[in-house]
Structures are given as structure tokens and as C-alpha cells.
Design a protein around this ligand. Sequence first.
Ligand SMILES: [Zn+2]
Length: 294
Amino acid sequence: MEETRFGNIVFIPGLNKARYPYCNSLFIDDEVKAVIDPASNPDLLLNIKKTSSIDVIINSHYHEDHFAFNYLFPAAALWVPELEAPCFKSIQSLFEYWGAVGPSLENEFQTYLKSFHYEERVIAREFRDGDVLEFGKTKLEVISTPGHTPGHSCFYCPEQKLLFTADLDMTSFGPWYGDKYSDLLQTIQSVHKLLAIPAEVYITSHDMGIINGSIKETAEAYLAKIAERENRVLNFLEKERSIPEMVSKWLIYKRPMEPQHLFIFAEEKMLRSHLAYSMQKGQIKQVGDKYVAV
Ligand SMILES: [Zn+2]
């Protein structure tokens, strides 16, 4: 993908099709110059920095593949979702939101975080649902879309009818809800919230990047991944199974992810979300420490 301009909003493609550990960024080239999610491509971001003094950087949520190159803009004011501000102020809070608690785990995550250049920062602005971020001619409405993370935020520019969907990314993998405060049902509700916005151009953080026209079918296929996961879990529960048995099968990711000892957290968290959701619907029951389909 190439850099693409929509009025004063410039799409900055991430390396490797913006797959993890990269994402797509937006450069707001207005009176106030800003970069949203600076984790795309350090060379492109440094080029922008050379020609424009960046006043503001914005993170849509606290994930490392969205803040990896924040460090290139030490003088810029940092704007983040109010609900996730603690993660940017202190590494301990970031660990807590991830669900990585305990000295040995924290050490492992700290090592992992080194390549993402995490640094504790002062927050200049904490935004919330409905806030309008003004850059001059360009205005972005904050659309709070919890589920992936509790403060996950999308941004809508009415003038360009452009919606930045962040990690409601419409990838073939499907939605991700694998952190401590992630939530399956909120994720579904947030996708529906996006569908009610009259956008004509959509920018995702990963893979597809720019989607022109309607995202209705893309969003339906994206949400269908949740039902596919649910079916895989239900099929595996033909017999009574324990959580470790299910986790070892990678029913959500479908294959072992590296580094396994870190990804196993997200696998278990998402699996537990499905167990809770299916129990609520009366599709499975718990027998001791095992689960089985009914
Ligand atoms: Zn994310």
C-alpha cells in the first residue's frame, strides 16, 4: 500500500502489510500536526518528522503494536483514551491491563517490550467517547469502542466521511479480546456501533488498510469468526474437557503462536470468554473443573 491522502489526513502504511508488530498510522497534516498510532514504519515517520514538526501523537489504545514508535516523538504531546491513561504513565499498569502479574511474568514481558521502546510518559490529554479532537480544518470525533481493550477508540472525520477503525481491523483472523479487561460481547457491540456511522472510507490498523464503500459484508465476515470459534469450542466439548486441555489445542488461534508462553495468555482469556458466553446461552455446562456441551 502507498501513502494516500484524504484532505488533510494521510494514510501511512505499516511495514509487512501492517501485520503485528506493525500497524497503519494516520498523519494529520493540518494547523496542529499529529500522528495517530505511530507504529507503522520508522523511515516514513522520520520523513514526516523532518518536514513537519509533530505537535501531537495519539494512541487508539495501549497495545505495543500501536505505540512502538511513539519514542521518535519525545517532544510531542501525547493524547490517549482516558480509560487507558494509566498504561502510558506506568509500566506496572500496562502489565496489570495485560494480565501479567507476578515477578517472573513481569520480567518476561519487560524483555518482550524492549523492542517496542516502551517509555512512561506524561499525558497531555485524556479523551473519551464523543470528544471532538480539533486540528484546524480537520476534526475527529472519538468513537469509544470497548471490547478489544476497555478504552479502545476509533476516530471519525465527518468532513471526509472517513472512519479509522483501529483494531476492529476486519482481518481474516477476526476480533481479538485476549487481555484481562477485554470483553467478547462489548467487541460485538462495538462493531455494530461502527456500522451505524455514515462513513464512506474506512481505515483499519492492520492488513486491509483502506476500505472504500460499505464495510457491512466485511464486518459480518469478521464477526462470523467469533461464531466459528464458538463452534470449535463446542465441538471439542463433546467430551468433558479441562481448561488446560482446551488451551493446549489452540482452539482460538488455531495454531501455536510464538512466543508461546506469552500468547497462551490471550488464548486462555479468549477461550474463557467463549466458555462464559456459551454457558450463558445454555450450550455447555461445568462439571467440576471440566466443561461439556449439553
Ligand atoms: Zn490492539
